[in-house]
Design a protein around this ligand. Structure first.
Ligand code: DGP
Length: 122
């Protein structure tokens, strides 16, 4: 799948749409999700053009991979969830219901989050 430069996160990266920023460096931007699913719900996106986690894992340079995951840790710390715990989640592709075609990591926290997923069949 080719990268679509009109996707919402690309527009946030270019400053064309506002976002409530948590953290930014040369590799990544972290901001609050517009439809939070937990008391804390952050998103972290790489600055490079990657459609999905799989695309990022396959194509990003080592410095981008390291810089991105370091930024996820920094965002979690700034969100105040590192002591009590938090969950990272990545939706990749159709079965995972990935909505925005720019790789992103969700950070959830601020309460006990329960089981990872409903049991199969629920
Ligand atoms: P996913 O299903 O993993 O692709 O999740 C996309 C998330 O992006 C979803 O939780 C809602 C969030 N989102 C969609 N549009 C915007 C936006 O314009 N601003 C912000 N901050 N978040 C958005």
């Amino acid at each position: 799948m080719a990268y679509d430069r009109t996707n919402i996160f690309a527009r946030i990266l270019r400053g064309e749409l506002p976002a409530k920023k948590i953290y930014e460096d040369e590799y990544a931007l972290a901001f609050h999700d517009i439809r939070p699913l937990a008391p804390v719900h952050g998103l972290v996106i790489p600055k490079g053009e990657y459609v999905s986690f799989h695309d990022f894992a396959a194509k990003a340079a080592p410095a981008e991979l390291a810089g991105f995951f370091r930024a996820v840790g920094k965002a979690a710390k700034l969100l105040g969830v590192t002591d009590d715990g938090f969950r990272l989640l990545v939706n990749n592709g159709a079965d995972a219901h990935q909505e925005v075609p720019h790789f992103h990591v969700h950070i959830f926290g601020g309460k006990s989050l329960g089981p990872m997923l409903p049991r199969s069949g629920d």
